[in-house]
Design a protein. Structure first.
Length: 514
């Protein structure tokens, strides 16, 4: 890495290798027309592996930094021709986040002619370093969103700065409702604000604390107070100075609140009988649809996979139930263990059914039950245990076509702008030999588990009905009882039957990966 600093009309340079200075700071000459710092580096393959920078991703990051540092001019230049990004560009946004929001919303209609935007220096108000900048508007044309940053680091899971911002907005809009004598304003919640609210929030604070290593969520407690108190007064003044926009926003939010309350009442009425019978497990992430038709329950392994799936799902029709580890093998367990097993209890409660002879397919709360496990040996084992459970305890569910297997990819192949997901090693090898039709070397990413896939990948490949592939679990006995006999041999209590099966079928195994 080479660092050059132009200061006081002189140019200084220092070189590093793997973090070790290769010499002292050296003055390398006059620089009468330069100022600032230039950093040039190459990723060390021994540390980072074979890594290629993606211009499109870097361009997006550079553009966001230009918005976050309002008034700063950033010049972009690349020698890589990927067909997506310009060779040269200049980014300069004097309006900061207000410009960012205007570009994001485009021509979408909004309830306020101009967004509520501003900047507050914490030192001026609280005598501490830092500042907060924001821009927000409401629109009926699209779903709401919140993009937040701390010290220019994106915080996709929000945190204390987001909580402080929306607390200020909620208190402000309720106070304005009281001011204009609209008693319904007290029904508005943060959920209503965010439904059609499009917001950008950026704060700069000293020594921020984040949740986890990925810095996705800000945890600094003081940030909530600083942001809330900074935004609140400005929002009150903004509402009072633009009563037309304030009235339109208030009416919109009251409608959203009334709709939310109506949906809740309808849902409670529709499921009132089921709720009396059923205690839903706490880790179930339910869908909002009232009727069973079109709904899906994804059974996923572990909380990490559940986190990605939660962001990728369709909240209206897709529910999630994360399981911890491998479910009990019901064919190898005593009946007493069946009733006391937490994972099995969670499954039956989520589905709304009883086991064995008491099972009634009409009681199912979901139309499709989808087993979604990792695309590896452990994932296949968990899927086998779940299918054994459903076969032995809820066979009519399979007979009526309600049980499915998801098909997550094992690899993602990228070549230039081309991207392809493949299911196994054989398909990967075929595509590597054939090529994807892009430029350059094919980059291979192996997904060790669903938790490694981001929400976009998981939705596109495994959860979106428009692009996914599902395998329906069905039973086709050539002879009566043939499937039941096979399940008993492979999953039952007698290991000698499994050994016999292996001996009988070993000749069909062409390759065994250990």
């Amino acid at each position: 890495m080479v660092v050059q600093v132009a200061r006081n009309r002189e140019l200084y340079e220092q070189r590093f290798s793997r973090g070790i200075p290769q010499g002292p700071v050296a003055k390398i000459g006059a620089a009468p027309n330069r100022r600032g710092t230039t950093v040039t580096f190459h990723a060390d393959e021994e540390i980072f592996g074979h890594h290629r920078f993606k211009p499109a991703r870097l361009l997006k990051m550079v553009r966001s930094k230009a918005y976050l540092f309002s008034g700063v001019e950033i010049r972009w230049k690349t020698e890589i021709d990927d067909g997506e990004t310009p060779k040269e560009a200049t980014f300069h946004f004097p309006g900061g986040l207000a410009d960012y929001l205007a570009e994001t919303l485009g021509k979408s209609s909004t309830y306020a002619d101009k967004p509520f935007a501003g900047t507050v220096e914490f030192r001026e108000k609280f005598n501490v370093p830092g500042k907060v900048e924001w821009a927000v508007n409401w629109t009926p044309s699209r779903d709401g969103f919140t993009q937040s940053y701390c010290n220019t680091v994106p915080t996709p899971e929000g945190g204390t700065h987001e909580a402080g911002f929306w607390a200020a907005i909620l208190k402000g809009i309720r106070a304005y409702g009281d001011l204009v004598n609209n008693k319904k304003a007290g029904q508005i919640t943060r959920e209503d604000l965010m439904t059609g609210g499009c917001a950008l929030v950026s704060c700069f604070i000293a020594e921020p604390e984040f949740v986890g290593q990925t810095k996705d969520r800000l945890a600094t407690t003081e940030a909530q107070r600083l942001v809330e108190n900074s935004v609140r007064d400005h929002f009150d003044n903004w509402l009072a100075s633009d009563t037309k926009s304030a009235g339109a926003i208030l009416d919109f939010l009251i409608l959203r609140a009334e709709e939310r309350l109506r949906r809740r009442q309808e849902k409670e009425t529709a499921r009132k009988t089921a709720t009396k019978k059923l205690r839903l497990p706490g880790k179930l992430v339910d869908c909002s649809a009232v009727n069973r038709s079109g709904t899906e329950l994804f059974i996923v392994e572990g909380d990490s996979a559940g986190g990605s799936a939660k962001m990728a799902r369709d909240r209206k029709t897709q529910a999630l139930l994360p399981l911890r580890g491998k479910i009990l093998n019901v064919l190898g367990a005593a009946s007493s263990k069946l009733g006391s097993n937490q994972e099995i209890n969670d499954l039956t409660q989520a589905l709304g059914v009883s086991l064995g002879s008491k099972f009634n397919v009409d009681d199912l709360r979901y139309d499709k039950i989808i087993i979604m496990t990792d695309a590896d040996v452990d994932g296949a084992h968990i899927a086998a245990l779940l299918m054994t459970f459903f076969f032995s305890q809820m066979r009519p569910m399979i007979d009526h076509g309600h049980l499915y297997l998801a098909c997550p990819p094992l690899y993602r192949l990228t070549q230039g702008a081309k991207r392809l997901y493949v299911a196994d090693d054989a398909e990967k090898d075929r595509m590597m030999a054939k090529g994807l039709g892009g430029k350059g070397k094919i980059d291979v990413q192996r997904f060790k588990g669903l938790g490694e896939m981001d929400a976009k990948d998981l939705k596109e490949t495994t959860m979106d009905p428009g692009s996914r592939k599902l395998i329906r679990v069905s039973i086709s006995d050539d002879e009566p009882g043939e499937t039941a006999d096979l399940v008993e041999r492979l999953m039952g209590k007698k290991p000698e039957l499994r050994f016999q099966y292996i001996q009988e079928n070993a000749r069909f195994v062409e390759e065994l990966d250990v």
